[in-house]
Every structure is written in C-alpha cells, then in structure tokens.
Ligand binder design. Structure first.
Ligand code: BGC
Ligand code: BGC
Length: 837
C-alpha cells in the first residue's frame, strides 16, 4: 500500500526529472524482502503516510537541469557536511560542499562564544564561496545547520527556552508552535537556515544523559508536539520559498529509538521488538512527516545489534519508502564510523542504506575523496548518488535558497534586536510557568509578597545551570551569568517579584542569614551536561550536589518554611529533599527566563496566586535509585493551588553511600573509585609496581613517597614526592575500560593536580593489554590545584586501543618531582587544555 504511494511520488518526480533518472529512482526504491534476521525491519507492518510537500514542476525542472550539468565532484560535494572546526570558505569553494554545521563546541573564527554578527559574517563567507562559479561550476548554495535545540541556543543573547523535558510537562502543543516560530526567527538573524531539532526521542530510561532532549517517555505526548514544532520552524507544509518568511528547515532526530537503548546507554543498542520500535519510537515520525519535515537525522544507536546508520530496512525501507519521507536524511556526527565495516574516513555503506548527507565534521575530506573514487569506479552507483543529490536540492529549492541571495541580504538577517526580544522572552517565560510541576505543597505556596524571603542553594543565581547542556557550549559548561545578557536567574526573578510586592529578598547560597526570614526558597539540582557526561548508573543526584539537603533540614528545624526548587533534566530520587521541604517544585531546565518561576511561586498583593501550576510529570518519578524499585509519582502527576494539602508521610531515605556509581570518575577525594586501584610504577610500564592502599607509603626503596594533602576535604588528594628516575602513577580497573565512544566526541581526560617541584619531563598516557599511547605534557609549578584536560583523541592517536584499557591513566615523570593528584575523571570542563604533545 505505501509502497504504492511512495512509488507514485517517485514516478512523478522521475517524470519531472527526465527519463534518465527513472531507473535510478526505481532501483533506489526497491526494498529488501522482509526477513526475520535481527535488526531487519519489515516495512509492511509500519504505518503509511503521505509526504505533504507539493512537488513543484518548476523546482523539479531546475533540479534536473542542475543534476544534468553537475560534475561527479559537485555531486559528491553536496552529500558532505563539514563542521566549522575544520573547514574554510576556500574548502567549500574547492570541494563544493553541500552543507556545514556548527557542533556544540564550534563557532565562527574558532570561537564557540563568537558574538552574533560574526555568525552572519561567516554565513556570508561560506555562502559566497559556495556560489562562486568562476571555475564554471554550477555553484549550489550551501546550507548551515546548528543545534538550535531550545531556542537559538548557540548564540549569546538569544532567547533560551526550557529543554524539551520541561516543555513535555506543559501539555501545550499550541505554545510549542510559537516556540518553534520564535526560534526560527532568531536563527534567521544570524544567517543559518537549518536547525537539528526537534529531538523526537521517546526516552524510556532516564539514566540516559540525553533524556531531557526528549519531551516525554510517552509516545503520544511526544507525537502531539512534533508536528507543532516542525510547523513553527518551517511554516505550513505547502509553503514554498521559506527564506522569504521567518522560517528555517527542521530535522527530526534521531531515527530511530535513540531513547530506547537498553539501560539508557547513549549510542547503545535497543533490543526491543519491531512492534515496540514502531509503536513507541516510530510514533513521532508520523506527525513530523505529515508536517513535511525537511530532514531526518539518523541515530548513533543500534537496533538488535545493527547500527541505524547501517540499516537499509529502516532508513530506506521504512522511512523513505513506507513513510514516504520526501526530504533528505542526514547522518549524525561521524556516526557512519560506527557502522560494521566502516571507519570515520571510509563508509560507502551509509549512502547505500539511504543516508543522503554525511555529517563528517572533521572527516569530510577523506569521506569526500573515498565517495568520489567509488563514484568514478562505479563502486557506488550514480543512480543512488543522483537520488541523494536530488533530495538535497529539492529541500534547498523549497527553502528558496537558489534565489535568496547571501544570508545578510535575507529578511530578518542582522536584526540583532530580535535576539532575546521582549516578545520572544515572554513566550519563553510563559513556557517556564507552564512547565513547573508541583510535587508537594504543605500550604507554604504561594509565597506572600510582603515577606522577607531567603533564597538559598548554589543553583539560585546561575543561568548556565538553569539552562543545561547544549547552551552556548556543547555541555553547557564554561559559561556564567555574564554570557546571558538580558536573561533572568531564578533568584533575580524571585527578588523582583518579592520587592515589587513590598517585601525583601536575600541571596545566600549556603542558607545562612542575619535576620530570620519568613520563608526560604532553596534551588538545587543537576549541573549542565549533554552527551556522554549525563549518563548515570542510577537515578540519583551526584553526591556533591546534595549539600542543599542539609540546608533545607537546618532551615526547617529553625522553623522557616522551605520551598525546594529543583533544576533537573530528569526525574531523580530526591526523597531527602521531598522530606525536608514544605513545598517541592520541579523546574526542569528552564533556560533564560527564570522569572517564570516567581510568576507561579509568588502570590499577588492579596496573597492569591498570580498563575497556577499547570505542569504534569512527563515521565514517572522514581521512589528509589532505580525505576524498578517503584514509582513515587506517576506520569501525569502534578498538584496545583486548588488541590488541598494532604498529610505528608515521610518517605524512606536511602543510605547515601549505597547509591551512586558514576563511571566517569576514576579517582576523587583521595581515593580510587569502586573497582579502581592506584599504583606507582618504576618506568612507564607495569613491570615493577606497588599498589597504594594506605598512607603514608613508600615505593622503590624510598624513591617515591606518597602522603595525603587536603583538597576540598581533608586528605582529598594524594601527594607524590619522587627523588629521581622514571616513575609513574597509574590508575587501573578490574575490567578493561572502553572509552572509544567518548574519544569520538570532544571528551578529555581531566586531571586535577598541584605541582610543587616540576619534573624534568612528563607524559600522560593510557595502557591496554597490547597497546599504549602517551602524550608529552608540561606541568609547571602551580600555586594551587589546576584541572588539566588532555583530549582522549590524543591517546588514541598516539596508539592506545581506547576500547580496551587496563591502565586508562598513567602519569609518568622523569627526575625529581613533587606533585599531588586530587581527581582523575573524564569530562569536558578543563581549566587548561593540554596539547596532544
Ligand atoms: C548529536 C546531534 C547533534 C550533532 C551536531 C551529535 O553528536 O548527537 O544531536 O545534532 O552532534 O552537533
Ligand atoms: C561536538 C558536538 C557533537 C559531539 C559528538 C562534539 O565535539 O561539539 O556537537 O555532538 O562532539 O560526539
């Protein structure tokens, strides 16, 4: 049935493109016969849709004429997308690339935090290079994609909306469409045409660090939002010449089951049945296609052991043929390198399964060269190349890109006053208000405006923290309030509301006060993270973030009513806070408009609510550290001011030491993490070594002395005094450690250390059963502790087999040295990045 629909569309397009292409398109349409092999979908059991974007003869004629004239080089160029980190306008001119992107850590001029006008300038430079026809080429204009996933979130001064999980709590598709529209308009100010949003993941396991990028664990709720967001971004599906209006193209991601991996492992495998795959994770793609979404991004993850980027039955069989998706398919960041038989540099398989554009951030050149060679040798059929090029050109034509002129000449470009415009911030503030979920209220809310309010907690005045990952930087780290002009922290919003009502407010992160307040708000919760770094083994707050629990308990004991406001990307076990607070509000990751929280928490002059709570849980809330241990508040739960405050029965609290399990920290507070051990070795290898378990310790006849140093806590670091020779400090794990996934991203080995006597030479490395990789580093004498970061890529490039490391951290020194190590972990928040050496 759908086969027929898709075939009709293909024939229509083929007729318009000319007879030469009919065979090619027909062959690309052929799907494999249904089989029951693991990871092979049967398209026949999937719902059929009709892609609603009209096929326009004038566009088809133009596309056919272009394809007829394009050289093989020009065609292959269209299929490749490079990241700003690693591409110049000259490269675009030379290689005729179809697209560039800006990854979470990239920005114009090598600066992630470049001001908005630099983005527009860069957009012009890349555009002009792409349409330079001085060599006789066709000069197809380039498109620039960006992760505008909660507002134009890479840009300083833009409106930052709540992350999707908070929007899921609102249950308000109409507001979603307005959010999409504001986001599109702000993107247009800086000259980009494409956002890698919305994420339509249906997160099923919130140990997944990207769960907050999804709206809900409920497929119907996600599906009810997707069409609205696509419409807000792209305008109506029948729309043409989108760049003439306030629109950009959208991308639903990540196809398929990114939120359905076993145990919530990022980029992991989903072992679910095909019916679950279809009914849970496939659901949101219906409304996306019904709204004419222009692009779909393929997931890093796999289904039944087969990587999505290598799955023909899903990408072509289900998405393109059965669901009639008429836009183009883009792969994720070097995801092709994870397909069986592929590397980051060589992967014709992705094209053959149906990927039209390769996101090849730093690998675009080898990918281009390899595809070109295969196109020329016939190894990759020209028919498939033409089909992919036609899809990309069709989206560009619908955008109106061929006639739009350079980015700065287009509507909305350079209207910087639109970034964070008051009417845009008002939409975000409304979303914040509507997303708040009230889990407990023993009568303390709404706060009477005339009172003396204490605002405590380390998250109260921190806009980066309330915005989460994918905000200005990839992980949302390395930025502070000064990077958010025009934004409002939760504290600032409360202060405004309380003082406007004749009261007073004091900010005191640790909750201490001089004059006893009438009530306290304690803001606590998660700190920003994105891919990799948000993954957890248990649904608990990291132990170092739980200090506000004690503040709440103390305030409560002093007779001060406490309102807990939690910043979080997911439901977590927080029973101690639920017990200690008189009211508990989940604020999710609200973004730049923190005032939306005071709108609901602080009452009017008569003490009546100004806005009621509207948010309902978008997922179950756990009773303990794992969801299997029971649900405390179910999906859909959320109190409001009308609900009477029932009696509160104290919740059981877990032993703080029994929870946790953060696989990214290998050494902290002076000790190796569970399953890890600390060694000193003579030489870089492990041939002569001593395990350090008690202090003080000596090794090699006194050549190395190990003592304790205070860092943050008593004995929070280990100090190593080396008399002479080659010595190394090593961390080992009981099982070989696999950091291949992290190495693919911009993740670093972070070492927090202080040096009193610098060694003559030093190297940091990693050792596996049959491999090692070291980078020479300089570790100068320091006054205090410095968090150094060595990119994991350096270890891989130096020869370490990062998929199997028995000593993932080795610090080797030459000659006399004296230094202390406080912490070793993987992450991206280095204070000082070490070069590969
Ligand atoms: C993420 C995508 C994102 C892309 C570009 C990938 O690692 O999975 O969601 O759009 O990078 O930044
Ligand atoms: C980029 C992200 C990307 C990630 C993939 C980072 O370096 O900044 O945009 O999603 O790598 O691992």
């Amino acid at each position: 049935m759908t086969g027929q629909l898709a075939h009709r569309r293909a024939c229509l397009i083929a007729a318009l493109l000319g007879a030469a292409s009919i065979a090619s398109i027909a062959s690309a349409e052929t799907t494999e016969a249904p089989t029951s092999a693991p990871g092979t979908a049967n398209p026949e059991i999937w719902p059929a849709y009709t892609y609603p974007v009209p096929i326009r003869p004038e566009h088809e004629a133009r596309i056919a004429a272009l394809i007829a004239r394009m050289t093989t080089e020009e065609k292959i160029g269209q299929l490749v997308q490079a990241d700003l980190c690693c591409v110049t306008p000259d490269d675009v001119r030379k290689y005729k690339l179809g697209s560039i992107l800006v990854g979470g850590n990239s920005g114009p001029n090598g600066n992630d935090l470049s001001p908005a006008p630099d983005w527009l300038k860069a957009a012009d430079a890349f555009y002009l290079a792409s349409v330079d026809r001085s060599d006789g080429g066709v000069g197809v204009p380039i498109i620039w994609g960006t992760d505008a996933v909660h507002g134009h979130s890479n840009i300083i001064g833009a409106t930052i909306f709540p992350h999707n999980i908070g929007l899921g709590a609102m249950r308000d598709p109409a507001l979603i469409e307005r959010i999409g529209a504001v986001t599109a308009k702000e993107i247009r100010v800086t000259g980009q045409e494409w956002t890698f949003a919305p994420t339509v993941a249906v997160p099923r396991d919130f140990r997944w660090g990207r769960a907050y990028e999804g709206y809900s664990s409920d497929p119907d709720l996600v599906a009810s939002y997707v069409g609205a967001m696509v419409r807000g971004l792209q305008g109506p599906p029948a729309g043409d010449n989108l760049l003439a209006g306030p629109y950009v193209i959208a991308s639903t991601k990540h196809f398929l089951a990114d939120g359905g991996t076993d145990k919530g492992v990022d980029q992991g495998d989903s072992s679910i049945s095909e019916t679950e795959l279809r009914d849970i994770h496939g659901k949101p793609y219906g409304p996306a296609i019904a709204e004419g979404v222009s692009t779909v991004m393929v997931s890093f993850s796999s289904w039944q052991g087969v990587k999505m980027t290598g799955n023909h039955s899903l990408v072509t069989g289900v998405l393109k043929d059965r669901m009639d998706f008429g836009g183009f398919v883009v792969s994720d960041w070097n995801a092709h390198g994870q397909v069986a038989g592929c590397t980051n540099e060589v992967c014709p398989q992705a094209l053959m399964v149906g990927v039209d554009m390769y996101m090849a951030p730093d690998t675009w050149k080898p990918i281009y060269e390899d595809l070109l060679a295969r196109a020329k040798s016939g190894d990759v059929p020209m028919a498939r190349i033409d089909e992919a090029v036609a899809r990309i050109l069709r989206v560009k034509a619908r955008l109106g890109l061929f006639d739009a002129g350079k980015p700065s000449d287009r509507p909305y470009s350079g209207q910087y006053e639109l970034l964070g415009a008051p009417e845009h911030r008002a939409v975000a503030r409304e979303a914040v208000r509507k997303s708040l979920v009230l889990l407990k209220n023993q009568g303390v809310l709404p706060l009477a405006p005339g009172q003396r309010l204490l605002v405590a907690g380390d998250g109260a005045d921190d806009i980066a923290r309330q915005s989460g990952g994918w905000t200005l930087s990839w992980q949302g780290t390395g930025v502070d309030n000064s990077h958010f002009p025009g934004a409002t922290s939760i504290w600032a919003g409360l202060q405004q509301a309380v003082t406007a009502g004749g009261g007073s407010a004091v900010l005191s992160p640790d909750g201490s006060y001089a004059d006893k307040p009438d009530a306290a708000v304690v803001v606590f919760g998660e700190t920003p993270y994105a891919e990799f770094q948000g993954d957890r083994a248990a649904l608990v707050l990291d132990p170092e973030l739980t200090a506000p629990y004690a503040t709440m308990k103390r305030l409560q004991a002093e007779g001060i009513p406490v309102v807990a406001v939690m910043i979080t990307g997911r439901p977590l076990y927080v029973n101690p806070a639920l017990n200690a607070a008189d009211a508990f509000v989940v604020a999710w990751l609200p973004g730049s408009e923190g005032a939306g929280i005071a709108d609901v928490l602080v009452g009017d002059s008569a003490g009546q609510p100004r806005h009621d709570f509207a948010g309902k849980l978008p997922a179950n809330w756990p009773r303990a550290a794992q969801m299997e241990d029971g649900i405390l508040f179910p999906f859909g739960f959320g109190l409001d001011y009308a609900a009477p405050a029932g009696a509160w029965a104290a919740l059981p609290e877990l032993d703080a030491n029994a929870v946790g399990g953060d696989s990214r920290t290998w050494f902290a507070a002076g000790n190796p993490a569970a399953r890890w051990s600390l060694w000193v070795a003579s030489g870089g290898g492990a041939e002569l070594e001593t395990r350090i378990t008690t202090l003080p310790a000596e090794a090699f006849g006194g050549r190395v002395r190990v003592t304790a140093e205070n860092y943050k806590v008593q004995e929070g670091a280990r100090r190593f005094a080396v008399a002479d020779g080659t010595v190394s400090v090593q961390l080992g794990n009981l099982d070989p450690v696999d950091i291949a996934r992290e190495t693919n991203g911009d993740v670093m080995l972070l070492v927090t250390m202080r040096v009193w006597d610098a060694p003559d030479a030093a190297r940091i490395g990693a050792i596996g059963p049959g491999s090692e990789g070291f980078a020479a580093v300089t570790l100068p004498v320091s006054d205090g502790y410095v968090r150094y970061g060595l990119p994991l890529k350096c270890l891989r490039d130096a020869g370490a087999d990062v998929a199997s490391l028995t000593r993932p951290f080795v610090l080797e020194t030459q000659g006399a040295a004296d230094y202390a190590i406080a912490e070793v972990r993987i992450g991206s928040d280095a204070e000082q990045v070490l070069p590969c050496g």
